[in-house]
Ligand binder design. Sequence first.
Ligand code: UFG
Length: 317
Amino acid sequence: MRVLVAGGAGYIGSVVTAALLSDGHEVTVLDDLSTGHADAVPEGAALAEVSLHDSAPVLADVRPEAVLHFAARSLVGVSQQQPEDYWSTNVGGSLALLESMRAVDCRRIVFSSTAATYGEPDALPIREDAPTRPTNTYGASKLAVDHMLTSYAVAHGFAAVSLRYFNVAGAAFGLGERHATETHLIPLALQVAAGQRGSLTVFGRDYPTPDGTCIRDYVHVADLADAHLLALPAPSAGEHRVYNLGNGTGFSVQEVLDAAREVTGHAIPTTDGPRRAGDPAQLVASSDRIRAELGWTPRHPDLVGIVSDAWTVAQAR
Ligand code: UFG
């Protein structure tokens, strides 16, 4: 299939681009490189250095049969201080992309949504029919695009899938996380192990969990890539499907730190800090729907394996 990957120079977008290429698809990456890296775009994919807002000429030129849309601002904390950037890029940019698609009669899309659309859960594991009550602008902006896709499916015959990622981690095809501002636990722990930073702060040890630290559902980026390949052909015209993507197993912050020590063989000094605003105690996905409907099964559910793959790529850099 001829596909356009918006945000294909970022962490998850570049891994999925590599997976699409190895599956025989023809890929053009559209990325303004505001947070992505040109050298992360896999060989074999074309790169159009353009923002979502200016995507129309690129789509008119490429004439894709489908779009995979990863391009977004994704820092929860920043979204509270600079909401305008999140509404403009994530919502305005997505609207511009959908209109660019409609102009060339491309109506198939897989969208990167997030667990942050649910907010604080009433019940675990979180299913797709759980209430969506985002607690930050990032989650709200992604939820707005989910709603946009539902209406484009109904009104304009789009075939759409929203994949709601939980905590994506690990590395694949030699591509890993590389953010200018790193806020995620696993890459931060590996930076400490590599001596690039002195220590990290554990945000709260007083949660109602077995060891007092927050529990999250870490899903390997290679498993996430599998899910995109399965989702791409799945919906019919007029259909918008929503799937959660997680391992279904939660790991605590302490368990992640223990895994990072085991994998790297380095001490990872920590200090105990207060809770981070907006962090729910536990976020664990039910991925039953995508397992049942698309036959997706995580091939790398083991935490040590996930951290180990991230470490291998971080060290190669
Ligand atoms: N944590 C620390 N210290 C750090 C960094 C993180 O203790 O220096 C803790 C956090 O408090 C949290 C856990 O490690 O309990 C994981 O934090 P991350 O920042 O790695 O990931 P989040 O769970 O906050 O965020 C992820 C995605 C977001 C998404 C969110 C959904 O990265 O994009 O899940 O709630 F919005």
